[in-house]
Design a protein. Sequence first.
Length: 262
Amino acid sequence: MTHPSSLAETLDLDVEVLHEYHRDLIDWVASATVDRPRVVDLGAGTGTGAVALARRLPRAEVYAVDVSDEMLAHLRRRADEAGVGDRVHTVRADLDQPWPDLGPADLMWAAASLHHVGDPGRVLGQAHALLRPGGVLAVAELDSFPRFLADPAGAALEERCHAALARMRRERGMHLDADWGALLAGAGFAVEATRRTDLALDPPLPAATGRYALVSLQRMRHGLDGRVGAADLAALDAYAADLDRADLRVRATRTVWLARRP
Ligand SMILES: C[S@@+](CC[C@H](N)C(=O)[O-])C[C@H]1O[C@@H](n2cnc3c(N)ncnc32)[C@H](O)[C@@H]1O
């Protein structure tokens, strides 16, 4: 396992496997906005939020912002395939730099993206300034990366590996433990609701689960050299080489903050 699977594929598999969670979340957030919203997706990736919001809100104009050209090209294909390409606009921008004019927004969406930025408080301040009074920002963050291995030895191995990766991400300055409620309040938002979801999928699992588990384990393995022992690396390789969907499960915890500009 030397080549990491792409983040883009992982994001697409996430929405395919956890489609009920994503559908309910989009319904919830969409119900908090106006009939004809201008939507801005911060760190849009492959478009899980941007495309779904455009589909759910047929009168919305959606601006999908990301620093990666590769992600935006992928997002454009997905938006066109979904028949919403005319209302989904891609904007290449680094959220840590001065923002381009994204116009006043009614709804902003930031899923699994704000922990990447250099200064989340500053980005939330800019989001607040971009929203119309009464506008809504939804921040979705991962409490943990998904776990797949069901047997006790595999589950313990996965925990050790995730713990090592979490240490690495903290060392690199990623904001995985940020208090988003406090940061939102500090930026001037009124936090209206916080929704924490423990996701637990057991067999029979969606068809894409095996692939999702494989690419997730491959991506995890790629970052682990020198961070866990050789026995754990060998065990992880062995699991990835012989994944059987019948032996898998999916566990993940995610939290979403729904905040309004007063
Ligand atoms: C984990 S992905 C999440 C994508 C998408 N929101 C989703 O939920 O599937 C994080 C995304 O944030 C983007 N990103 C990270 N740092 C960024 C920055 N400073 N400015 C703009 N986009 C950024 C990455 O390119 C990536 O597409």
